[in-house]
Design a protein around this ligand. Structure first.
Ligand code: E4P
Length: 218
């Protein structure tokens, strides 16, 4: 499973990139606003900055919700950098636009996916990625990881090429569960990636190894 970081914060993107395990970045208008990036021009410039830090795909979300608007905004976003992927919402005009982008060599990430039926529509349209929102499904007391499992099973049976990008990851445990459920990628806040390092036995073991080594040096 590949790792994307789910943020617009450049310091966090650089930190994850420096770990050597970062495969891409996802953002959305809320994450941009959280980093203080507002206004179309500033947002575009920020996408360029992000895309220059990482080699992998960077999702840039369209704001338009009508077919023509999504096409012109998506084509513009895709022209900002070679690794920009156009993030399109799971709506009728969005699916139509994903079909157009897929026939014209523009990579897409179908966002706001909450059901297996929506995942089938996006795959049929030729989406490069779909983003099922694990945490937001859990928030309404359904099972976000079960949704990943169901989509992974369907995609395997149907041999769809669309990749499952588990989004709305809220914990390090979610990352492990998404990997087990068959997600191709998990997009995660930096804190959840860093949480994967933690194990008390690692800390205790390292402390003991260092103490034993130093016995001969005191
Ligand atoms: C990423 O593509 C999604 O927009 C993001 O993971 C949503 O996360 P949230 O549900 O924590 O806002």
């Amino acid at each position: 499973m590949r790792f994307f970081i789910d943020t617009a914060d450049l310091d966090q993107i650089k930190e994850a990139h420096d770990l050597g395990i970062l495969d891409g970045v996802t953002t959305n208008p809320s994450l941009m606003a959280k980093s203080g990036i507002t206004g179309a021009k500033n947002i575009e410039e920020h996408y360029k900055r992000i895309a220059s830090i990482v080699e992998g795909d960077v999702s840039a979300e369209v704001i338009a919700t009508d077919y023509k608007g999504i096409i012109s905004e998506g084509e513009y976003l895709a022209s900002l950098a070679p690794n920009i992927v156009v993030k399109v919402p799971m709506i009728k005009d969005g699916i139509k636009a994903i079909s157009y982008f897929s026939q014209n060599g523009i990579k897409t990430n179908c966002t706001l996916v909450f059901s297996a039926g929506q995942a089938i529509l996006a795959a049929k349209a030729g989406a490069t990625y779909i983003s099922p929102f694990v945490g937001r499904v859990d928030d309404i007391n359904w099972d976000g990881i079960a949704l990943i499992e169901e989509i992974a099973e369907i995609y395997a049976i149907q041999m769809y090429e669309t990749e499952i990008l588990a989004a709305s990851i809220r914990s390090s445990r979610h990352i492990v569960q998404a990997a087990k459920a068959g997600a191709d990628i998990a997009t995660c806040p930096l804190s959840t990636i860093m949480g994967l390092f933690n194990h008390p036995l690692t800390d205790i073991g390292l402390e003991k190894f260092l103490a034993d080594y130093n016995k001969g040096n005191s």
